[in-house]
Design a protein around this ligand. Structure first.
Ligand code: T1G
Length: 696
């Protein structure tokens, strides 16, 4: 049963019991209706208390039901709320914990609300690309005021219940058992007539035109590409300007429009994708994990310092090891500077500053780190250096310590075999800047222990990272795909585009940064080194040589003051350079390619579908466990636009048959042959497209 009912001393207590968060599924709605019918029919019942089992009152509608018949099957949430609001007996909501979205709307339909402190109260629908669709935009302003309601609805940010104690949202705050408190309260109002309904409260908000015009301008400035926030403003304005029932109809129409939007589907995909990523198919949820009470980082460079900051930010003491005192001092100074900058911006209290800086210490001796529970190597990306470090770690570290490598492409199995404890070796690929980027690729070697995997996944959450498990291959998930993306970017230059057009097209699609600005930021010499390896390892994998010509010109990017673009000192604005553009045109000529006008649409599709095709291959090889994992990598590590849901989600929305068709067109195009097998659909992609299916 998803709701139980108990009657005692004339009070019926209906408890929603749908683990883990009492989301309002069809079964939960049916359970409440059954409980209400029983309570209303029972003459001994004078009042009704509605509550949730566990740490949630109700976390909102069951998101998994969206865009399925169950979402609107009767009794819909609106029907349940109407039944409660029109009940002949008083209904008191006992707010025992998280009360969000449809859960708060359910509580707003009750005649009274009694709460304990610490319950997270929110209407977070906007974070899913929708808006409160069961009266929240019409009732909440009537009890907390228009301004606070608008802020809560447009931001979706939870507010602890005690901060709302003085509003009309709660009739009483209680300590201890909230159900007992609600029962006691119910007895005091059992005979109240007429029953109070929030819908009957009049909103008096005379200066609303100016307020909402300002609100719209503010929201429009930040909600680019997201239609929901502006519609939230429209709905709250409707609560002020329209009769209640007209406001409800207005809200319903807006909700229905948003819930089928691609933005909402993408945001919901990301919501579940983030949670799914932490589930490792062959590692049971109850796998024992190792305690991580202290850490060590080898290497005090940019990555080492950033990685160490993650541990300190999570309250874990961390020692940075550098063999040279000068390098260690420089690294520690950089870490301190980072914290000082955050302190200066007011984003860190002095107390937190002192705590975090105090948790990071340095040493030049391996002996000082031997008792750490995990050590993350962040030294030069060269297998010989990794070998030296891991052999030393194997010698020094206590038994049971996790030996992690921050390698971005090297073979973790080979690294593990430098030690006598390959089961303790794992890849923890942080993304630069390591203390900022959310993505953490957790690379499992063939011999990595399941407890080491489970421990590292749990640690990623503690470090506030999005941990995604990758198998071992060159580039793991993210970099392996970005290589195909970069190859297409180079080909587009040879065929007729220039860096500025490609970057602008991709940034208009929603990427944070186009491929050439990204190259200038990360350093074009990094890709150059990888291509030099490729030319030997994979001679039949063609690349545009424009990027090689660029590096031969010494234009490595911002670090040399010039790359694909020029940069003024201290300014990251990318300025097109004629010499580079001339080089590109000369390359086309050298290759005998007649340059042509290329549309922005082709640019975006060639770059994104190159990601999709490699992603399908990665799925097929089992390097990634699920398509949404690949999407989480791109959403949290590569600036893919959240409102598109990630490359695999975007391909699903675009339609896999259409993706394959476009790929075939690219392959048949005049210069397709030069791109080798780039446009041969990966077997999984071809299969799903032929079957009319999707990745997720
Ligand atoms: N529907 C379905 N599953 C949900 C869910 C929901 N609303 N909320 C959480 N889950 C699952 C989640 O996927 C995970 O599953 C487990 O619960 C624990 O979640 C009409 C239409 C409540 C603050 O947006 O913000 O109401 O991975 O890991 O960190 O106007 O979950 O265990 O299989 O996040 O303690 C509005 C979304 C819906 C709230 C708890 N409500 N949830 O955080 O646990 S739309 C929301 C959250 C709506 C109405 C509209 C958080 C949480 P699994 P978790 P947590």
């Amino acid at each position: 049963m998803t709701a139980t009912i108990q009657v005692k001393d004339g009070i019926a207590v209906i408890t929603v019991d749908k683990p883990p968060v009492n989301s309002m599924s069809l079964a939960a709605r049916q359970g409440i209706v059954a409980g209400m019918e029983q309570a209303l029919a029972d003459a001994s019942v004078k009042a009704i208390v509605l509550t949730g089992k566990g740490k949630s009152f109700c976390a909102g509608a069951e998101i998994k039901e969206f865009n399925t018949p169950a979402a609107f099957a009767e009794p819909s949430l609106a029907t349940v709320i109407e039944m409660i609001e029109n009940a002949s007996k008083p209904v008191v909501a006992a707010i025992n914990g998280t009360t969000m979205g449809g859960g708060l709307e359910l509580a707003l339909g009750c005649h009274y609300r009694v709460a304990v402190a610490g319950a997270q109260i929110a209407l977070p629908e906007v974070k899913l690309g929708i808006l409160p669709g069961a009266g929240g935009t019409q009732r909440l302003p009537r009890v907390v005021g228009v301004e606070l309601a608008l802020n809560m609805i447009v931001s979706g940010t939870p507010i602890p219940s005690e901060k709302l104690a003085k509003t009309a949202l709660f009739n009483k705050m209680v300590e201890g058992d909230v159900v007992e408190g609600a029962i006691a309260f119910a007895k005091t109002i059992a005979d109240t007539k007429p029953l109070p309904k929030i819908r009957d409260i009049r909103i008096d908000f005379p200066l609303y035109e100016g307020f909402f015009s300002f609100a719209r301008n503010t929201v429009r400035a930040v909600a680019k590409n997201y239609p929901a926030p502006l519609k939230c403003v429209d709905c709250v304005e409707a609560a002020v300007t329209k009769r209640f029932d007209d406001g409800i109809a207005f809200e319903r129409a807006a909700f229905l429009e948003l819930v089928t939007s691609p933005e909402s589907k993408a945001l919901r995909h990301a919501f579940f994708g983030e949670r799914a990523a932490s589930k490792i198919p062959d590692v049971p949820e109850d796998t024992p994990i190792r305690a991580i009470k202290s850490a060590a980082v080898i290497g005090a460079g940019t990555m080492g310092g950033g990685i160490a900051m993650n541990f300190a930010n999570a309250g874990i003491p961390v020692k940075i090891l550098e063999l040279k005192q000068e390098a260690l001092d420089k690294g520690l100074a950089t870490v301190r500077k980072n914290y000082e900058n955050t302190l200066k911006k007011g984003k860190l209290t002095q107390e937190k500053f002192d705590e975090r800086v105090g948790l990071i210490t340095g040493t030049t001796s391996y002996d000082d780190i031997k008792d750490a529970d995990i050590v993350v190597e962040a030294v030069f990306e060269e297998m010989g250096v990794k070998e030296t470090v891991f052999k030393k770690l194997d010698e020094v570290m206590k038994p049971g310590a996790i030996l992690a490598s921050n390698t971005s492409t090297l073979d973790v199995d080979q690294i593990a075999d430098f030690t006598k404890r390959p089961q303790d070796v794992i890849g923890t690929h942080f993304f630069s800047p390591a203390n900022v980027m959310k993505l953490l690729e957790i690379v499992r070697g063939k011999k990595t222990g399941k407890d080491v995997l489970a421990t590292t996944m749990g640690l990623s959450k503690k470090l506030k990272k999005t941990g995604v498990v990758s198998g071992v291959c060159d580039g793991f998930i993210g970099n392996r795909m970005i290589e195909q993306y970069s190859r297409q970017a180079g080909f587009l230059l040879e065929e007729g585009a220039l860096p500025e057009q490609v970057d602008k097209a991709v940034e208009k699609f929603g990427f944070a940064m186009g491929p050439f600005r990204m190259g200038d930021l990360a350093g074009n010499d990094i890709g150059w080194a990888i291509r030099k390896r490729r030319y030997v390892e994979k001679p039949n994998m063609t690349y545009s040589q424009t990027a090689d010509r660029l590096c031969e010109m010494g234009r490595y990017g911002q670090k040399t003051g010039a790359g694909w673009y020029d940069y003024k000192p201290g300014n990251r604005a990318a300025i097109p350079n004629q010499q580079v553009n001339d080089m590109i045109v000369a390359e086309s000529k050298r290759l005998g390619i007649e340059r042509r006008k290329i549309t922005d649409e082709e640019i975006v599709q060639r770059l994104v579908f190159a990601l999709v095709n490699e992603g399908a291959q990665i799925l097929d090889e089992g390097i990634a466990a699920r398509a949404s994992d690949i999407d989480m990598v791109y959403l949290t590590g590569y600036g893919f636009p959240l409102y598109r849901g990630g490359p695999m989600c975007y391909a699903d929305t675009f339609g896999l048959q259409k993706v394959v068709m476009r790929m075939e067109q690219f392959g048949k195009a005049r210069d397709g042959a030069r791109q080798g097998k780039s446009w041969v659909p990966a077997p999984l992609l071809a299969k799903l497209a032929a079957e009319g299916k999707t990745f997720s």
